[in-house]
Design a protein around this ligand. Sequence first.
Ligand code: GDP
Ligand code: IMO
Ligand code: MG
Length: 434
Amino acid sequence: MSNLVVIGAQWGDEGKGKIVDRLAGQFDAVARYAGGSNAGHTLTVKGEKVVVHLLPSGVLHPTTRCFLGASMVVDPAALIAEVEAVGEVGVTLGGDRLCLDRRAHLVLPYHRELDTRRDVGASAIGTTRRGIGPAYEDKVARRGLRVADLEDESQLREKLKRVVEERINPALEYFGAPLVDLLQLFDQLVEQGARLRPWIGDVPGELWRMMGQGQRVLFEGAQGVLLDLEHGSYPYVTSSSTLPAGACLSLGVSPRSLGSVIGVAKAYCTRVGEGPFPTEAHGEPGEQLAQAGHEFGSTTGRPRRCGWLDLVALRHAVRVSGIDALALTKIDVLAGIEPLRVCVGYTLDGKEQTSPPATAEQWHRVEPRYVERPSIEALDVVKLRAVKTWNQLPASIRDFVSFIGAEVGVPVAFVSTGPGREDGVMTGAFEWGQ
Ligand code: GDP
Ligand code: IMO
Ligand code: MG
């Protein structure tokens, strides 16, 4: 029995939360390693929906421990609000169930303000406005405030004063935004620090101890490979490493401890915000996918752009992140969609591309090549979701799934047929350690 990594293989919102929630009961811990409250992971159990932004998607399993890694950027107010929100549905995070690494950086109100003021006009990325980019900028510039600073008031006061006076207030002034009231922010942070204190800890040390005792850890990614800072559609990306390597960096674990890597991919593609999306389906087909898939952002509520499955991008995601097998989600959404298209290749200036181009400008210009697949007939979703074995799935779904596995070159381990924890079928093509 080994550990497992679950990551998004597209532009986020692939259904990672659902897959992690489904698997988490078999693990002793779920450790989230990337991003912050830009993520929105939907967990649906017995028809009840919970969306987590910072907390790991294993939070609904009462004995599974939850870790937040050092590479995350954590908005203290958002974390406190989320703990309270899950508390209302009966989730308790007492004892040592939640552990927030003291090396994680803080997202403060001024990061959110700067994110919102900056991300406008022709160069806008369409960020989630959660302060993610500005917080990672402060981290890389080595002036960021970290969770550990909440444990030392004199350090907190001194660092906050320096960064606000030197960097933040001048930037806010440039945008005509209200300046930071240092005293007020300091008091707020002291109060939030006191609330968070029971959860602050040493994540690498705890994971090392757990793994040393043979306990299993599920490493949970956020966003998706195509939003990765290095290997995504730069600059239309998030500011962190979404690849499995990010788990090693964030959680301080050995690459040898990761176990298999599961890439979660939708049976079509969506993207929120700006950036290249060669298979985007404009007009009627795009709207059909959006409606059938309820494609609205789990964090911002923004409509997601929808289009056809892009196998050039998916093969790239598989290569750069060492994906061993796919979990293919939202197959139910394709039922009745006709024609059913899949992009199997790109050309750029007449030349075949085996990977997405490195620049967004070129990625925008590629010409996708499609095949039309036999459509999946309109189905009764209640009946479809009752199916629990591969052989009982409709032949049109099995045909589509087999085609994807063969084209991408890795097996499809699991086919998700609905948002609920129980909805879906193991294909038998890959064992993910259950
Ligand atoms: P994440 O960010 O990758 O966790 O994904 P989100 O939660 O942002 O978005 C995925 C959406 O699809 C959520 O509303 C899920 O409840 C839903 N979902 C997940 N898997 C399936 C599926 O197989 N079928 C359908 N219809 N919905 C699904
Ligand atoms: P989950 O974990 C989808 C996108 C934003 C924007 C870009 C940069 O739910 O899959 P940021 O706020 O990170 O600076 O925004 O990245 N983005 C996501 N899109 N799902 C997410 O997370 C995302 N997190 C960031 O829409 O295009
Ligand atoms: Mg999401």
